[in-house]
Design a protein around this ligand. Structure first.
Ligand code: E4P
Length: 212
């Protein structure tokens, strides 16, 4: 499983990229709105830092508008992936993007059927939202297992991005259940590095070294 970072914050993206584990970035309108910057300018900056997939979400609700927006976004850099909501109009747009060789990430996936439809429309990625399912008392991780099994049984090469990740256990379980990618907030990414025994071990090694 690869790591994407789920943010539009440039400092977080720079710091995550320096760690050497980052394969891409996902943004959404809420994350971009927090930054108070021009969307296109911010995407241009992000694509200069990260060479992997950078998801940029369309705002239109009709396929025609999504296609226009997506084509403009795709001109920003070759690694832009167009993020499209899981609706009938969204999937019409995905089909067009897929025929033009433009990569897509179908977002707001909450059922396996939605994931299957998105894959059949030609989506490069599907993004099931774990945390938001857990929030309403459903099992987000079970959805990852179900989608992974269906894609495997039917030889579907659309990649699964475990999204709406809230804590490190989501990451481990998503990897175990067959997600290809986890898109994680910066805070969760940094939590993945931590273990008290690692800190204690370093302290003890240094103390012993200094006793020489
Ligand atoms: C994924 O691409 C989304 O941007 C994100 O993971 C949504 O997470 P949230 O439920 O924490 O807003």
């Amino acid at each position: 499983m690869k790591f994407f970072i789920d943010t539009a914050n440039l400092e977080e993206i720079k710091k995550a990229n320096e760690l050497g584990v980052l394969a891409g970035v996902t943004t959404n309108p809420s994350l971009v709105a927090k930054e108070n910057v021009s969307f296109h300018d911010r995407l241009r900056e992000i694509t200069k830092i990260v060479s992997g997939s950078v998801s940029a979400e369309v705002i239109s609700t009709e396929a025609e508008g999504m296609i226009q927006e997506g084509e403009e976004l795709a001109k920003i850099a070759p690694n832009i992936t167009i993020k499209v909501p899981m609706t009938p109009e969204g999937l019409k747009a995905v089909k067009v993007f897929s025929e033009k060789g433009i990569k897509t990430n179908v977002t707001l996936i909450f059922t396996a059927n939605q994931a299957l439809l998105a894959a059949r429309a030609g989506a490069t990625y599907v993004s099931p939202f774990l945390g938001r399912l857990d929030d309403i008392g459903h099992n987000g991780l079970e959805l990852i297992s179900t989608i992974a099994t269906i894609f495997d049984v039917h030889g579907i090469d659309t990649e699964i991005i475990a999204a709406s990740i809230r804590h490190p256990l989501h990451v481990t379980e998503a990897a175990l259940r067959g997600a290809h990618i986890a898109t994680v907030p910066y805070k969760v990414l940094m939590q993945l590095f931590q273990h008290p025994l690692t800190d204690q071990g370093i302290e003890k090694f240094l103390a012993d070294w200094n006793k020489r």
